[in-house]
Design a binder for this molecule. Structure first.
Ligand code: ASP
Ligand code: MG
Length: 493
């Protein structure tokens, strides 16, 4: 069997759901379990609606609620036009009635507990799975709606509940195996679950990938497909570099490093249950089902190129903290060890996550998201030393399994950047040794990405001549000591 998960954009309207039906319809012999997200943006709307209700703005909350309701009914009508519509309409209506009741309760109490929030958010996937099942059946797919709240068992940590794997697996096998054996197609809402007592929970925002991985792992799927609206992972952001290519296969560790800084295709951590069981996970594009997408595996064969991908994260600030050289009057913390400890404690206190850190005994640079208001943190840090915040920075993150233990890559990277006149502010090589990250000026990102991509991805391993010939038209180019073809070309060789 396989798991096919369709994200919000893949089920955003009638047309999108029709494409999904076509994709699933052609795969019946692979015994798919289908997992769906809420219609695009619905979970966000439910968050807003419940917060409005809690803050006393019930009328506004209900106005938005009606829009959401209208959208779902419109999508349903576009898919079934008449056939068996009344029955499904009344099922949707029942869901909307209970949602309205919960919202009125929230407004009456003037409070939104995490437990109630999960209850409200669960409606997104309850509705979408109902609609998708109906659309499948109207197109001849023998689909069965399966209530995820009855199979996916979690603890009671609402908004980010932790799955109870054994009990979940037992229920998954018990309920889904017979359906699959008889050739039926189970459809489940992702993201939602329930406690053993049956109280609805969610697995955290974006959690339907996690659902897919849990279901795939629990049933021993041959593969898991995550259908979205992009071609998969790329060698870099195609908006920055038109030469960016789709990555065929990537290792789980590499994908995890990239996800931190790169485009948010998906969060690989949520795929862990699958990867742990060695089940390959494919990222595919529901708008272009022919494309092969990207396969994430526990162990991917090494890339031909030294790097697997280059990710850029803009909107970064760097906080520099320096221990004062002459300590008078003596600050509370002076020893380097205590300094680091106090420093990270301050970041922790202000819930400010560090993206990149580089340290010496007496100074520390921490790159953080620029959207954060740092005023209070800075005030706090001033107890430790001199603080300076630099704006308009960006992080470049180079990832590749082949970086491990490889000599000379850093020299090559910084050679390329030096050649382009790009200044590097901070450098860090992750403990995993499969990533090199550094901070540069935000405005240098396009040039840096272009140059590095040209240098590292033009070359196929074992065949440097091919690139040389293609790029220079005039025969092979002698490689420079830093190995940078980009530099060689720029130098007019
Ligand atoms: N609908 C949920 C969310 O938007 C879960 C998901 O889409 O994965 O967070
Ligand atoms: Mg999503």
């Amino acid at each position: 069997m396989i798991v096919m998960k369709f994200g919000g954009t893949s089920v955003e309207d009638g047309k999108a759901i029709e494409r999904v039906a076509e994709i699933v319809g052609s795969r019946g012999d692979e015994k798919p379990v289908v997992v769906v997200s809420a219609l695009a943006r619905v979970t966000d709307s439910l968050v807003t609606i419940s917060q409005l209700a809690a803050s006393g703005a019930l009328a506004e909350a209900l106005r938005l609620y009606r829009q959401v309701r209208q959208r779902h009914f419109a999508v349903l009508s576009s898919l079934v036009n008449g056939r068996g519509e009344t029955e499904v309409r009344s099922r949707l209506q029942a869901l909307f009635d209970s949602l309205e009741e919960v919202l009125r309760g929230v407004a009456a109490l003037g409070e939104l507990s995490p437990r109630t929030s999960d209850n409200v958010l669960s409606f997104g996937e309850l509705l979408s799975s109902q609609i998708v099942t109906t659309a499948f059946r109207a197109r001849g797919i023998d689909a069965v709606l399966v209530d995820s709240r009855q199979l996916m068992v979690t603890d009671a940590s609402y908004t980010r509940a932790v799955p109870q794997r054994e009990e979940t697996n037992r229920r998954l096998r018990q309920s889904l195996k017979p359906l699959l054996t008889s050739g039926r197609v189970p459809v489940m809402g992702g993201f939602i679950a329930a406690t053993a007592e049956g109280i609805p929970t969610t697995l955290g925002r974006g959690g339907s990938d996690f659902s897919a991985a849990l279901i795939g792992a629990g049933l021993g799927a041959r593969k898991i497909e995550i259908w979205t609206d992009v071609e998969g992972m790329m060698t870099t952001d195609p908006r920055l570099c038109p030469d960016a290519r789709r990555i065929d296969v990537i290792g789980f560790d590499e994908a995890s490093e990239l996800a931190h800084f790169g485009a948010k295709v998906l969060h690989p951590a949520t795929l862990f249950p699958a990867v742990e069981k060695n089940i390959p996970v494919y990222i595919l594009n529901s708008r272009n089902p022919e494309s092969k997408g990207t396969c994430i595996r526990a162990r991917a064969r090494p890339s031909k190129t030294i790097l697997r991908s280059i990710a850029a994260k803009r909107g970064v600030k760097v906080v520099n903290v320096r221990l004062p050289r002459i300590v008078a009057p003596r600050p509370r913390i002076v020893d380097p060890q205590g300094f680091l400890h106090a420093l990270f404690e301050a970041f922790d206190r202000h819930a400010c996550a560090a993206d990149l850190v580089s340290t010496s005994d007496v100074s520390v640079s921490v790159a953080v998201e620029a959207s954060r208001d740092l005023a209070e943190l800075v005030q706090d840090l001033k107890r430790l030393g001199n603080v300076e915040v630099e704006d308009n920075k960006a992080i470049l993150c180079l990832v590749g399994e082949k970086l491990r233990g490889r000599i000379g890559v850093a020299a090559r990277v910084f050679g390329v950047l030096a050649g382009a006149g790009i200044n590097v502010h901070m450098i860090s090589q992750g403990a995993s040794e499969i990533n090199i990250s550094f901070v540069i000026e935000e405005r240098d990102i396009p040039e840096a990405v272009k140059q590095l991509h040209a240098d590292f991805f033009a070359e196929r391993a074992g065949d440097p001549q091919r690139v040389a010939k293609r790029t220079t038209r005039g025969g092979a180019v002698p490689r420079q000591s830093n190995g940078s073809l980009a530099n060689a070309t720029r130098a007019g060789l």
